[in-house]
Write a protein that binds this ligand. Sequence first.
Ligand SMILES: [Zn+2]
Length: 427
Amino acid sequence: MHDHRRLGRELGLFDTDPLIGAGLPYWLPDGAAVRHALEEYVREAERRAGYQHVYSPVLGKRELYEISGHWAHYSDDMFPPMDLGGEQVVLRPSLCPHHALIFRSRSRSHRELPLRMAELGGMYRSEPSGVLGGLTRVRAIQLNDAHVFCALEQVAEEARAALGMIRSAYEALGIVPGRYRLSLPGPGGKYVDAPDLWRRSTALLTEALDASGLPYEAEEGEAAFYGPKIDVQVTDAAGRESTLSTVQVDFHQPERFDLRYVGADGARHRPVMVHRSIVGSVERAVAHLVERHGGAFPAWLAPTQLAILPVSDAELPHATALAHRCVSLGLRADVAGPDRGTLAARVRAARLVPYQAVIGAREAAAGLVSVRLRDGRRPAALPADDLLTRIGALVASHSTGLWDGPEPPERAEDPDRLDPPSRPPTA
Ligand SMILES: [Zn+2]
């Protein structure tokens, strides 16, 4: 595997500046394109699974985290509070307290459960500067987070469904989970003292794991302070293991925030919170993807999906028109003309790009494109629109395949398919 820090810089995905600070990377356009594709995938998968998205602020009053228990159990990892007009606000260490308040902001009926609330939101961790590096240890984290507020009898099924979403996401991302870990509390005062609740939540997670048929290992001392977790572990280039995805059961925060819903019996009941993350933080997910694929991302994630290579300046207008067409179809394309070197040099420079479209005099005259796939395959030359339809279908299906896969749907004849662009392509 590759080191994502070195490769991330080489590929122009992200960087840091001492003036912004350690552990606070910024994303360059190519990195932002990968991240955007990943975030879109996650939001769409959540939407299909019945999640509703919210936005909540990255700050909150200190009191909020005192109620949630973070202040007592987690303050070593939190940024110091800021004094603001007589009150103290802190950068949030997690999204759960905000979501609990959003749940509490309306009276809730059992008919609304399971209420699945999702947010790709910022959270902050005061990591010591010695451990910071690349995208894996950062101080500002964008988390793919969600909380399912549900009745006790719905917990195991919600946890099982979350494991299913994780499995589908890994398939699309081309990630292989290292192992599944059932993370239990260990000795010490780090954990909420409620033995009965720990027993019940551990039983529910075990039930979900068994129902999914996944092999797992139980490990003490790895739970969240409020409850046990199922952690999906991956390994980085240096052989270090870290948690990417997680599913957690929490009886603690619903109690601390006095969450209620009105049951079918008309009485008020306490919901359970299932915390879950499909891809974890976008920082760690992208770091892992870079290491896993060595920069050769699945086509739907690739910063540039199509490198368009005109053989000579004479084919440049055709190349530009094709790039324009890509932009209008939502594909990310880059024209590499003769000013960037010989054709062989340009093919080499684009070796991580899933598709290379070569246009010579013969192709230009016939309205065709010669395709080279990243893996070395060279299908027969085909009409530009057929190529884009095929790539578009593979990208839309989040396939990790480059050519084989669902056949493109029939398309209507499009008379202006290779018209000169009305504006310069932005790809
Ligand atoms: Zn949470």
